[in-house]
Design a binder for this molecule. Structure first.
Ligand code: NAP
Length: 264
């Protein structure tokens, strides 16, 4: 069976390095290219402790992609870089699997257009951890019974976007599932932002601290009771089964798939 050839953009970053290791561990995958703004000219094998591997990090360009011709490009970069990377991949005949967060609904419409034009497929998932996908599913179920809800998302201090893509997606799902929205009320805010940000009446609070990886609590309130649904990614390896599943599935897909829940 032909191996799936994979390139990684953001390969020098925290998630990118983890993806490179996970691809190397897969029998039916082959790591063929690594891109990043950082570490260019360095051997990724040395960085991730795989001394037999010899692939040099370069910048991501159409020419570079066309030279190595990967079947899939996995992107874990930044909200500023991701759209250009997706466009470059699709224009080069390469299917993108995207974990980078900060992608808006307007961006998703643009990606859909590019995917249709290319005749290929793309997967964008704000959270590749199975537990996080289940957390959103359970939150959707609870939203039908508990209209009052607040989200607290907690991440490491190097995360640049806020709120997290997972929190935004959870708020979106809750909004579409709940039967009524709680009434707005006037609040006396002694400090701006004290109640967090709101998306369609769902309050979202973002915590950024070193020591954390990726965590989220969805707290529902009802008469005399609360219900808390919590997920913790304790290590970046938690995202890898989802990323590997996306790489395996994307070759047989058409169009844009948004969210891991649409693949499991
Ligand atoms: P990181 O350690 O900062 O890594 C990102 C890397 O991408 C950096 O080395 C960055 O270089 C590089 N980069 C920036 N622009 C680029 C470009 N145009 N081409 C190639 N590489 C480029 O961040 P991280 O912790 O790995 O997270 C990466 C992304 O994944 C974030 O958006 C994060 O929220 C997301 N994430 C998603 C999931 C999920 O399950 N979907 C899970 C965890 C994290 P510079 O430092 O020079 O910018």
């Amino acid at each position: 069976m032909k191996k799936i050839s994979v390139a990684v953009s953001g390969a020098y970053g925290r998630m990118g390095q983890e993806v490179c290791r996970a691809v190397l561990d897969e029998e039916n995958m082959e790591l063929v290219g690594v891109f990043d703004l950082q570490g260019q000219g360095e051997n990724i094998g040395k960085i991730i402790g795989e001394t037999k591997l010899d692939i040099v990090i370069t910048g991501l360009t159409k020419e570079a992609l066309q030279e190595i011709k990967p079947m899939v490009l996995v992107d874990f970069t930044t909200p500023m870089a991701v759209m250009d990377n997706i466009k470059t991949a699709l224009q080069s005949g390469v299917r993108p699997v995207v974990g980078t967060t900060g992608i808006t609904s307007v961006d998703l419409s643009r990606i859909t257009e590019w995917v249709e034009k290319s005749g290929l497929s793309a997967i964008v998932a704000p959270n590749f951890a199975l537990g996080a996908v289940l957390m959103m599913k359970f939150a959707a179920e609870a939203a039908r019974y508990f209209p009052q809800v607040e989200i607290i998302e907690l991440h490491h201090d190097k995360k640049i976007d806020a709120p997290s893509g997972t929190a935004l997606k959870t708020a979106e799902i809750i909004t579409s599932e709940r039967l009524k929205k709680p009434a707005e009320k006037d609040e006396l805010l002694k400090l701006p932002g004290a109640r967090g940000a709101t998306q369609e009446g769902v309050h979202i609070h973002s915590v950024r601290l070193s020591g954390l990886v990726a965590h989220q609590e969805v707290i529902f309130g009802g008469l005399g009771q609360t219900l808390t649904i919590r997920h913790d990614s304790l290590d970046r390896s938690s995202f890898m089964p989802g990323v590997m599943l996306a790489i395996k599935n994307i070759v047989n897909l058409k169009g844009l798939v948004y969210g891991l829940e649409n693949m499991i």
